[in-house]
Design a protein around this ligand. Sequence first.
Ligand code: FA5
Ligand code: MG
Length: 577
Amino acid sequence: MKLLQRRIVDISLLDHEPTGLNRSPPMQLLKTGAFLRAARSARLSIPNRRAPPATTYTPSRWSSSQVATEEHHPFPEQSVNASREVDPAKTAEFKNDGVQKSDTNTISYKQQATIAGTPYIVDQTTNVTSSILGLVGRNLYDHPDHPICITRKLIESCFPHPEYNHFTMSDPVVTVKDNFDVLGFPADHPGRSRTDTYYVNSTHLLRTHTSAHQHAAFQTLATEKRTSGYTICADVYRRDSIDRSHFPVFHQMEGARVWGLPPNAESRYHAQTIRTAKMAKQLDALPKTSIEVEDNATSFSRDTNPMQSEHDPVELQLVVSHLKRSLEYLMEQIHKASQESLDPSARQASGPLKVRWVEAYFPFTSPSFELEVLWNGEWLELLGCGVVQQPILNNAGLKYSIGWAWGLGIERFAMLLFGIPDIRLFWSDDRRFLRQFSRGKVTKFEPFSKFPPCYKDIAFWINPSPGVASPIGAEAPSTSGVAAAAGGDATKASPSETQPAAFHENDIMEVVRDIAGSLAEDVKLVDEFVHPTSGRKSLCYRINYRSLERTLTNEEVNGLHDEVARRMASQFGVELR
Ligand code: FA5
Ligand code: MG
């Protein structure tokens, strides 16, 4: 019963404007050669297609500064079972005027959703809401004066053309297959759960990471002889906590680099010898850095972080060194840009950059690593990376290649670069925020004012069955330890739909987000209590309402809070206390 309630999309919840979320300003005119390429890339990133026939999925087009025409379509067509709406009459009303607007995304219970101009059948798996769809198509990474775009350009400059092609992917809808299956995610990985991921329907979802495009991007590398690497930038979506560093949409960049075997060698052995020598030379040619790096992930232990059996140990070491050195160079460039924006006394006070490598786990790389930076006295995770699982390269037509891949959160880098303290600010169209930034420049963010917070608590009993799923101190399910990639937190509650938790923390997050939008600054569990005789559990969450742009009235906050309570009771059957 509970499960059914969760699965149903309530039309009254879906058909209202998102609160407090704003649209971005129009694209600026771009002038220089690089910017003209970027403009072309922006144009190409907009799909200009009719609804595809019933069972054919047309993958989104690359927008690339290196893809000259829209006819050049580097992705081979894939055929998967897709639930796309097929009524061509319906497609006539979809806007396709060259600019994706968030009001082109709609969802209507029991009928269809339209996302980035493409219609989808809605089914029992659907859990996207109109407040989330209101954020689709903003393409902040394409607005040259926006900090997300400035950060993206800076990162791309560390992975230069022609070695690397740079792509953006504007359509966020991907198949479950591309987001999870082809990357080797186990069936019970928490990232797959409807509590953690926004499903459009049972076959399509809002991508949870840019790795969803890895397979297709490797396929382009297999055919493009001039380049050996790429970066991909895109918006990604996760049902997650609410606080200053989490927003349901954020931006990721993915990078990869492969080395193929040279053709025409006398033998495979000879080809590999030539390749190994080339790799060593390229490693040597990477720019030297002088940052302080602590490396806690140097051995590839069979138990915790194994190398793949297909790989030659010498080549593996070269790939790992090339990966780490490339990313350390990126860190140094980010740090330099950030330092240059400070006045000399602030620069001195900020101290040296400290980064460290730690072991990690991703289903699609092995060995795997994370890069962390010491920030405000704590280690902050910036990116995940590793040596690409060989079957992924093999399946993409890169059979004898070896390579690395990384994925990073642009907001995390942008917060470091510009000193932006709250992730919601990236979505603001307040001129006091936007006018502080301009293309090609890193400037420190000047807070324009701090408006007062307003805390409200909500306490409720949750149903005890089927097992005590507690957001605090929950017993980690069997997938514990594989929660690192693409969202999904195994410590929060049951990850599996076959064992639905009585209550999942992300459910209250979603309700608050849907009602209060970016007026909710954070939501925290502040009390947990089990009734001594009935065994029922009570939870108390504290919601901090605060606008970044104005002072909220008591009346307004009470209205929002009452609606949160009403929705929690009606949608999740909790008993309010
Ligand atoms: C991934 O998403 C992997 N796809 C990364 C990857 C790619 C690994 C290629 C190996 C090879 P993860 O879920 O850890 O991993 O996210 C990657 C980065 O995105 C994090 O290091 C962090 O910088 C950023 N990130 C993750 N969650 C959030 C969030 N809620 N808000 C802002 N940034 C986030
Ligand atoms: Mg991670």
